[in-house]
Design a protein around this ligand. Structure first.
Ligand code: NAD
Length: 446
């Protein structure tokens, strides 16, 4: 899947210009094709002696069919590197990361995945350890920028002594092509009393028996989410507005799902949706969103209100109704869709930036309130993803959105959908209150 610029630069003259005047040269990204090994190559494992995860890694990754080694061999290419840095407790100790990574970086295969495991800095107990562990974030974000040119990514997973056994599903996601557009991110496992996860499931259908509601499901990211959750075994209930009824019906027919036709901002929408989910729901993805871009000096009040209400006002009211009526099952997943505009802000998007930052406030407030029922609440913040929404952008902004990232291209809807499926996985039960960007490490924002 390439955009127009990617196709144009394939010819020899364009390649000459790319090399000599430094035009962006987007790598071809690998995506999960639904069969074959999760990782197409060997993963090199490393870590300090007192790392709390390294001892279990060869066994758990082998269970997932991932080939690993702890010994670097000259001349060999590695599809993944995992370094357990949880034991580093001083600034001097940080040299262990440099010693592991520097010699092996020339041996990265295309689209290789790097995962650093750290200890949640505020749970370390000493200042030296907190400094060292927080330092990992700068390391991973910088490394991601160095290795993006060949489609490789680097991410950091923080955990604790209690949550270290809850990392398998996350490692499988981050090491596989499913996370192709997740880069320079920090995932926190075990920030609440949720520290363990449900037992093993059918790896091909981890969501078998679950019911998932996706709003705005007829097209774009929502349609990809519906397809991906269905692929993983969930029964899908798609929701969209009346004008898109036929599109939604066609998709639900393809997936064997059912439709709810509603504008989520109407007063009766929460009750209508709850009535149709009377048998309960396991996954709620608040994906519906709109943009009405204008600089604040030209902003119409109705465009301010509508954008905020679709993205976060209505999701709050719908979630309240579903929780009050006990319709979200224990162990459920509530997922909000934020945006990099909600993290970094964007010119002409004060309404959208406010709405999408509000989504982060929503999930972070709700997450600790639902731990007793093992319901997790997280957000995904997409960067530039190729959908109808971005087709309306002025061309200059659109090209900048595509190229200004470590991977120098836009993502595909499936990239966001795979991240949603990872949040929904039974093995992600200790991940709550997280906001993960799916943005190819876009340079906009942190
Ligand atoms: P899209 O416009 O292609 O799809 C949005 C869907 O939401 C549509 O089906 C639409 O009918 C539905 N919707 C809108 N208002 C609704 C309402 N009141 N009630 C019910 N359904 C409603 O957009 P997309 O690009 O697929 O975006 C999906 C989500 O991802 C949105 O929340 C968007 O803000 C967010 N997002 C997208 C990008 C991107 O680059 N595409 C980046 C960041 C965030």
């Amino acid at each position: 899947m390439t955009d127009r610029y990617q196709s144009l630069i394939q010819n020899p003259i364009a390649q000459f210009l790319v090399k000599n005047i430094g035009l962006p040269n987007p790598p071809e990204l690998e995506r999960w094709r639904g069969s074959g090994p999760l990782v197409d190559g060997t993963v090199l494992l490393g870590g300090t002696d007192d790392g709390i995860v390294l001892p279990q890694l060869p066994t758990t990754l082998k269970h997932a069919g991932i080939d690993t080694t702890t010994v670097r061999a000259e001349g060999r290419r590695y599809k993944g590197l995992v370094f357990d840095a949880t034991g580093i407790d001083s600034t001097q100790g940080l040299v262990a990361i440099q010693q592991f990574f520097t010699p092996v970086l020339r041996q990265l295969a295309p689209s290789a995945r790097i995962v650093v495991l750290g200890h949640l800095p505020d749970r370390t107990g000493t200042t030296g350890a907190a400094i060292a562990q927080r330092g990992l974030e700068g390391f991973v974000r910088s490394l991601g920028k160095e290795i993006g040119a060949n489609g490789s990514t680097a991410n950091l997973v923080y955990l604790t002594q209690e949550s270290r056994d809850a990392v398998d599903a996350t490692l499988q996601f981050l090491l596989s092509p499913k996370s192709t557009f997740v880069d320079g991110q920090v995932i926190r496992i075990g920030t609440t009393e949720l520290t363990s996860v449900d037992g093993p499931t059918d790896p091909r259908k981890p969501l078998a028996g679950k019911v998932a509601l996706v709003t705005g499901a007829s097209r774009g990211l929502g349609a990809a989410m519906a397809r991906t959750l269905h692929r993983d075994g969930a029964s899908i209930i798609g929701l969209d507005v009346p004008p898109l009824q036929n599109d939604l019906a066609a998709l639900m027919a393809e997936l064997g799902g059912s439709s709810i036709i509603a504008d989520i901002t109407t007063e009766d929408a929460p009750a209508t949706i709850a009535d149709q989910l009377r048998d309960g729901v396991d996954v709620v993805v608040h994906n519906a969103g709109i943009t009405r871009d204008k600089r604040l000096k030209n902003m119409k009040p109705e465009n301010w209100d509508k954008v905020i209400d679709v993205s976060v006002g209505a999701p709050q009211r719908i979630t309240d109704e579903l929780l009050n009526r006990g319709l979200i099952r224990d162990g459920g997943r509530i997922i909000g869709i934020s945006s990099i505009a909600g993290i970094a802000g964007n010119n002409g998007q004060t309404n959208y930036g406010t709405a999408k930052a509000g989504v982060i406030g929503f999930v972070q407030d709700l997450a600790p309130r639902l731990t007793d029922r093992r319901i997790t609440v997280n957000a995904i913040a997409p960067g530039f993803i190729e959908t109808d929404m971005v087709k309306t952008m002025p061309i200059g902004i659109r090209e900048a959105g595509r190229r200004l990232s470590s991977l120098s291209q836009g993502g595909q809807p499936v990239d966001v959908a795979e991240a949603i499926a990872w949040y929904c996985h039974p093995g992600s039960g200790a991940i709550t209150g997280n906001v993960v960007r799916v943005c190819g490490q876009g340079f906009l924002g942190a």
